[in-house]
Structures are given as C-alpha cells and as structure tokens.
Ligand binder design. Structure first.
Ligand code: UTP
Length: 408
C-alpha cells in the first residue's frame, strides 16, 4: 500500500495520528507501517463508540445435556465409534495457543509455563501427553494443529523443537498464526506501540478456522480426510483431547458440534453456561447471567443453566465450511496496552487503559444447527490455569493434577 492510500484509509477511520512520526522513519520502517495499515481491520475501532448495543441477546431457554449416567451406559459403544473415527484419520486436534495469558503475568507463551515441583512439567507437555494416550489406545497418530499469534509464534515453535515435540511425531504437528486486531484508547484511537507500528493484540480465538484457511491448513485437512476438529484451550492441564467416547457420542447423535461441559460449582461461577438462544444452541457468558437465569430451574427442579463450557469442542468440518463466511459478534475487552505517549516515550501501564477487540470460539456454537453438550467429571478434566494463585491458578491446577495421580 502506498502512502496516499494509507493516508486515505486512516482518514476514513479518524486515525491519522498513526502517521505522526512517518517522516522520521527509516525506509524499512515506513514499509512496515504501510504494510500494517493495509492489513489491519480499522473498522473494529468504531465499534467501541456503541459498545453497549453490540451483541443483543435473544430468548434464553435450557438445553438438554448428555449427563454422566447416560454416557456411562453407552460408553463402550461410543468409545468404539470414536476410536474407529480416529483410526480412519477423521479426527484432528486444534490447540488454541494464540492468547497472551496476561493474567498469568509471564511474557512467554502460556504453554511453556512449568507447573512442575520436583521436575519440569510444561503446560504444552501435559497436553501432548494427554493426546498421546489416545494415540496409543487407537494405534494411530492424530494431526495436531497449533494456533499461535504474532506475539508468540517464534517462541512456541522453538519450544516444541527444543523439547522434541514432547514425544509427538513432528510431521503430525502443524503451526498456523491467527490475526491481530488493533488496540485502542477508550475513545477508539489506535495506540502506537512503536513510531512505525500500531499496538495490536491477538483478535480472539474465534477466528481459528478462518486462520487455518488463510494458512492453507484446511487444504491439508481436506486432503487427509479429516472430518472432525477437536478445538481446545492451552490452559486446561487435565484437558482430554480427541476423547474417543466424546467423539463417538457426537457422531452417534449426528451433532454439528459437541461441547464438553462441567456442572458449575456455583450459579455465578465464571464459566459460560450452555443454553438455547431463540431455539438454537448458544452460550451465555458468566457476566451476562442475570439473577433470573441463575435462579431458574428445569422441570426436575434442577438449576436450568447449570453446565459450563470448558473450551473443548468437537466441530464437524463440513458445517464449519458452511458458517465460515458469517461474521461473529465482536467482544470489546478492557486491557493494559503498552503505548507511546505524546512525547514518543514508551509506557507500560499498570492498569487497563483501553480496549482490545476479539471474536470468540463460543459464538460459533450459535451459528450451528445442533450441539451436543456432553458432561465430563469436573475434577478429572478441568484444571484451567488463568492466574498464578487462587481460583483457576497454577496452585489449583497442581492440586487437581495430584488428585489425578499426575506427578509434578
Ligand atoms: P483466554 O480467554 O484465557 O485468554 O483464552 P488469554 O489471552 O490466554 O489469557 P488472558 O485473558 O490474557 O489472561 C482462552 C484460550 O483461547 C486462546 C488462549 O491461548 C487459550 O487457549 N486464545 C485467546 C487464542 O488462541 N487467541 C486469542 O486471541 C485469545
């Protein structure tokens, strides 16, 4: 993109300050800035001006959840179906590792965090070891696709190399990068991170399939005959990946997506609750739970919105291809954004100073016609690491690992 085109684009979105230092940049820096302006979706910045009207919700009603007792009765048959799908090469796993993990307070990718006490146990290692259990059970390798971002791609790939992929076969591991979104002040003006670079932040985990397309990974998937993708978060160290019983249940119920859920430990627990919204599968975020929804009961007198998602979904690829062109809702999140002040000095704020813009994988569920909420035993499969201490932390995850006989 040439200077004039960049100027016009910035002017259209009220962001001309991005060119403030243009004249003092080197040739290389000028090129980098023009390229960034070309590739950045500046339209999102306007959204923070009418943030409150962004994502209106429809009518929320309860959804049927496949609960533990029912799963136990059918475990053998589901497991058989799931293992057959794995052996036929129909299942791939997608690790979402593009997040910044800011709450954990480390600049490194979250997956390189060592949760070990007497030896090294990295988060990535725990996940790969869990996946390897299914590989061994099925006697077949499962392709693993790892999403990174501009901020952590090099560190993530180098770590996998250094650790010999934790015993996984490297030719079954593919990395791809998600897109970034501009980060802005409360008035919607993009911050500058350097004189030649706008501040950006990963654009949420909702763009994973689009990014796979962009990187040509979906072509590989098609060639390999992968029909199901198990998408999962980096931070749950008890995450069961490509779980044969879950795969079998999703296939047997002919669902477009399976969603692993756990019984919530309190009505206001900070997990999204699975539900129907205007009759379609959906998820209400914890901050959207009203008193009325928290106290609602179903026909058995049980809490009606009692199951939380744990970011472990099994998507049917052909359904993803149908919905990929649809725009997912935009979420605007307050954040600490490093920036250059009026004198061009770098500032690392201690408190939030603006917004980042994200699309979320959980919003894909509402785009699909059917979803199987599938209950798992909380203490066996859910040990998220969001913080250093307290709830959902390194400490609580260590305790859960210990409970599950995992040596740390
Ligand atoms: P979180 O919502 O916990 O975000 O991500 P985060 O960025 O990792 O952590 P904080 O909020 O800054 O502390 C849930 C999952 O989605 C992935 C994360 O890597 C994690 O597996 N994710 C999140 C992405 O892949 N890309 C994103 O842009 C955001």
């Amino acid at each position: 993109m040439g200077y004039q085109e960049a100027y016009d684009k910035l002017e259209k979105y009220g962001q001309l300050h991005v060119l403030k230092y243009y004249d003092e940049l080197s040739g290389y820096e000028k090129e980098a800035l023009l390229e960034q302006i070309e590739n950045t979706d500046l339209a999102v910045l306007e959204q923070c001006r009418h943030k409150e009207e962004l994502n209106p919700r429809g009518k929320i009603t309860p959804i049927n959840v496949m609960q533990l007792a029912e799963i136990e009765c059918k475990r053998e048959a589901y497991t058989k179906t799931g293992l057959e799908a794995v052996r036929a090469g129909k299942v791939g796993a997608v690790l979402l590792a593009g997040g910044m993990g800011t709450r954990l307070g480390s600049d490194a990718p979250k997956g390189v965090y060592n949760i070990g006490l007497t030896k090294e146990v990295f988060i990535f290692q725990r996940l790969v070891e869990n996946l390897l259990e299914v590989v061994r059970e099925a006697g077949a390798w499962i392709p693993l696709y790892v999403m990174t971002s501009d901020k952590n791609h090099a560190a993530t790939t180098a770590f996998f190399e250094e650790k010999n992929y934790f015993g996984y076969r490297p030719d079954y591991v593919t990395f791809f990068m998600q897109d970034m979104a501009p980060a802005a002040d409360y008035g919607g003006k993009v911050y500058m991170e350097e004189k030649w670079k706008m501040s950006t932040s990963p654009n949420g985990n909702g763009g994973w399939f689009l990014s796979m397309m962009k990187w040509g990974v979906t072509d590989k998937i098609r060639e390999a005959g992968v029909e199901w993708l198990n998408v999962f978060a980096v931070d749950n160290v008890l995450q069961r990946i490509a779980d044969p019983c879950f795969i079998g249940a999703t296939i047997a119920t002919d669902s477009a997506v399976g969603a692993k859920v756990v019984k919530k430990n309190a009505p206001d627990e900070k997990v999204g609750a699975i539900c129907l919204e205007d009759g379609r599968p959906s998820i209400v975020e914890y901050y959207e739970m009203t008193e009325e929804l928290m106290n609602a009961t179903d026909e058995k007198g049980e809490p009606a919105y009692n199951f939380g998602v744990i970011l472990n979904y099994l998507f049917r690829v052909k359904d993803l291809e149908e919905i990929v062109a649809r725009k997912l809702p935009l979420h605007i999140v307050e954040k600490k954004i490093p920036y250059l002040d009026d004198n061009g000095m770098a500032v690392k704020p201690e408190t939030p100073n603006g917004y980042k813009f994200e699309q979320l994988v959980l919003d894909m569920i509402h785009e699909l016609d059917s979803c199987l909420p599938y209950e798992v035993v909380r203490n066996r499969e859910f040990a998220p690491i969001k913080n250093k201490t307290g709830i959902d932390s390194v400490e609580s995850a260590r305790e859960l690992c210990r409970e599950n006989g995992i040596e740390l």
